[in-house]
Design a protein around this ligand. Structure first.
Ligand code: FES
Length: 169
C-alpha cells in the first residue's frame, strides 16, 4: 500500500503539471506541489472585487475600464472610448457592460450619467439631440445633460487624471 502511494507520488512528480492536468483535471495540480514553492502567487496583489479592478496599464483592462467599489477608472486612450476624444463626443457604455453615458463637454471635462432611463429603465436606446439633450427612443422622453435641472439625467462626479477619467458613482 505504501509502495503504491510512493509510485503515485513519483508519477505525479514526473508528469506534473501538464500531463497530470490533462489526465486528472485541476484537483490533481495540488498534489504536484512539493511544499517548497517559494514563488507561489498571492504576493503584492491588490484588493479584488470580481477581477476587474486593477487600475494598472492596459492588458489587464481589455474593455478599457476598471472599477474599485464605486469608483470607475476609464482609460481614455482605449479604442472603446475614442468617441470622447473631441468636445461634443458622446457614447453609451451599455455595449461594454458599463451603465453610463458620457459626454465630453469641454477639453478638460467629460460628464458621466446613468444610462438607466428615469422613465422605465431602458439602457440601450439613447441618442444625443441638438442642444445636448439625451433622448431615450423607447418612449421618446428627453433629458437635459447639464446636471442642473429637474429634467437632467442623474449625473456622476468626474475628473480627468492624465489619460484616465475617474467616475464616482
Ligand atoms: S424607458 Fe426611456 S423613455 Fe421610456
Amino acid at each position: 500500500m505504501k509502495k503504491k502511494l510512493e509510485n503515485r507520488r513519483e508519477f505525479l512528480k514526473k508528469v506534473c503539471p501538464t500531463i497530470a492536468f490533462a489526465f486528472f483535471g485541476l484537483s490533481f495540480l495540488e498534489a504536484c506541489s512539493t511544499g517548497d514553492d517559494s514563488d507561489n502567487d498571492n504576493s503584492g496583489g491588490n484588493d479584488q472585487n470580481g477581477g476587474s479592478d486593477n487600475n494598472d496599464n492596459n492588458n489587464n483592462n481589455p474593455l478599457g475600464f476598471s472599477s474599485s467599489g464605486s469608483i470607475f477608472t476609464i482609460d481614455l486612450t482605449h479604442p472603446n472610448f475614442s468617441n470622447l476624444s473631441s468636445v461634443g463626443g458622446w457614447m453609451n457604455g451599455y455595449s461594454i457592460g458599463l451603465s453610463m453615458l458620457f459626454l465630453r463637454i469641454s477639453s478638460d471635462h467629460i460628464q458621466a450619467y446613468t444610462n438607466v432611463c428615469p422613465h422605465q429603465g431602458t439602457q440601450n436606446q439613447w441618442s444625443l439631440q441638438s442642444g445636448n439633450i439625451f433622448r431615450c427612443a423607447n418612449h421618446n422622453y428627453s433629458f437635459d445633460s447639464t446636471c442642473e435641472t429637474s429634467s437632467s439625467l442623474p449625473c456622476y462626479s468626474t475628473n480627468i487624471d492624465g489619460d484616465n477619467l475617474i467616475v464616482a458613482t
